[in-house]
Every structure is written in C-alpha cells, then in structure tokens.
Design a protein around this ligand. Structure first.
Ligand code: AP5
Length: 216
C-alpha cells in the first residue's frame, strides 16, 4: 500500500508514520528528515538548504523531487516492503504533479491520502514543546508525550533537542506556507485519490487507531 500522510506542521505526521510503518511494512519517507540529515552531515545539498529550513520556507521543487525520486525507486528494490508512506511530501502543486509523473513512469499509484486535522493553536503548542532525539530521531513532547527523564530519550538514551525551526516566529511562517502552498494540493487529489480526514487532535493512540480503521 502506498500512502500520503498530509497535514500542517505539528499535526502528528511523523509520530503516526513511526507507528504505522512497522505494522504495515511500509518505508517511511519524510522529506524533512532527509533534508535535516543532509544539513547535519554538511553535504553540498545540506549547505544549500540549511537557511531555507531555518526560515520555515520551502526548498525548491527540483531539489525535493530529485530526492524523492531516488527514495521511491529504492523502495521497489526492497522485497520485504509492501509500499511507502510519504510524510511532508508533496507540499506544492508542482511537487504533486512531479510525483504523478514519477508514479506513472514506475507503474505505481497513491492508494490513499490521510489528512490529519488539527487547529492552529494546538499545533503551535505541539511544536513549541517538541523535542527530538539526536540519535534515534524519536519525537517527544514536554507535556503531551514526555520521556521518563527530562532531556533523555526513553528509547535509546540519546539527548533530546529542540528543532531550529520550532521557534515561535518560524512556526508562524511554516503555518502560513502550509495554508498558501500546501493545503491547495488537496483539491489536486480530490476525485482521483481516496482522501481520509482524521481528527488529529485526539491522543496519539486514538489517532493511530482511527487511521488504521479508515485504511482497513
Ligand atoms: P518537516 O520536517 O516535514 O516538518 P513539518 O511538515 O512542518 O512537520 P513537522 O515535522 O513539524 O510535524 P509533524 O506533523 O511530523 O508532527 P510530529 O509528529 O513531529 O519539514 C521541515 C522543513 O523542511 C520545512 O519547513 C521545509 O523547509 C523543508 N521541507 C520538508 N519537506 C519539504 C518539501 N516537500 N518541499 C519543500 N521543503 C520541504 O508532532 C509534533 C509534536 O506534537 C511532537 O512533539 C509530538 O510528540 C506531538 N504530538 C504528535 N501527535 C500528538 C497528539 N495526537 N496529541 C498530542 N501531541 C502530539
């Protein structure tokens, strides 16, 4: 099954993707994770996009499409996987059209788009309290999903840090970008791909169960 997890920054795409990928045997492909990894490794791509991520604006369609082309093609070579789960991509109409072209070329399709609905105040609260493990990348929240020991990952003992783009002014910019450039993509898919709207404001477990229900 090939899925797109869609929703504003902080709606829980990454949190839900981590839970769904193992159960459903899907490769979790997050453009944000791939870009942050390039920044952390100081690759040529990382140097090029570092300031874009820090500003909350979008990296160019060309760069993102090239990254995702390689990632989606690589999933086909892994016989243990049953498909992919896109998180944070596509994010512009140009990316959605580019993805359509790539999938046609590969003989693949999107089986469903799951849209996580969460209001703006809630996502601001979630993003300002988010902490991410520097080692295993598990996502925590200081209030909603805290680790047993503050600043330490329960899963691997790694150090938890705040993302550079989770500062108040950058959060506002990211939410504006979502409304202007990303939300309109839903109209691109309406009528051609099954869209499932899920209330992302519920507790994490309930959201997971709701997603599993709509996909079953
Ligand atoms: P990206 O990494 O994709 O960030 P995002 O879409 O802004 O989404 P987030 O990762 O912030 O949130 P999420 O929905 O995954 O929520 P999470 O599960 O972490 O992109 C970052 C940047 O990279 C972009 O701004 C852009 O510059 C660039 N980029 C990426 N993709 C691009 C593309 N396609 N094109 C161009 N540029 C691109 O949860 C958030 C917090 O809430 C956590 O603390 C979590 O514990 C908590 N939480 C989660 N679920 C719940 C719940 N149900 N109840 C309570 N708390 C919850």
């Amino acid at each position: 099954m090939n899925l797109v997890l869609f929703g504003p920054p902080g709606s829980g795409k990454g949190t839900q993707a981590e839970r769904l990928r193992d159960d459903m045997k899907l490769r979790h492909l997050s453009t944000g994770d791939l870009l942050r990894d390039a920044v952390a490794r100081e690759t040529e791509l990382g140097k090029k996009v570092k300031h874009v991520l820090a500003s909350g604006q979008l990296v160019s369609d060309d760069i993102v499409l090239a990254l995702m082309r390689d990632a989606i093609v690589a999933v086909g070579g892994d016989g243990d996987l049953k498909g992919w789960l896109l998180d944070g991509f596509p994010r512009t109409i140009g990316q959605a059209q580019g993805l359509d072209g790539l999938l046609a070329e590969l003989g693949q399709k999107i089986d469903a788009v799951v849209v996580l609905d969460v209001d703006r105040d809630a996502v601001v609260d979630r993003l300002s309290g988010r902490r991410t493990c520097t080692q295993c990348k598990t996502v925590w929240h200081v209030k909603n999903n805290p680790p047993a020991v503050e600043g330490v990952c329960d899963r691997c003992g790694g150090t938890l840090v705040q993302r550079d783009d989770d500062k108040p002014e950058t959060i506002a910019a990211r939410l504006d970008v979502y409304e202007k450039q990303t939300r309109p993509i839903l109209e691109h898919y309406r009528g051609s791909v099954t869209l499932h709207e899920v209330d992302g404001a519920m507790p994490v477990d309930k959201v997971t169960r709701a997603i599993e229900r709509v996909l079953s």
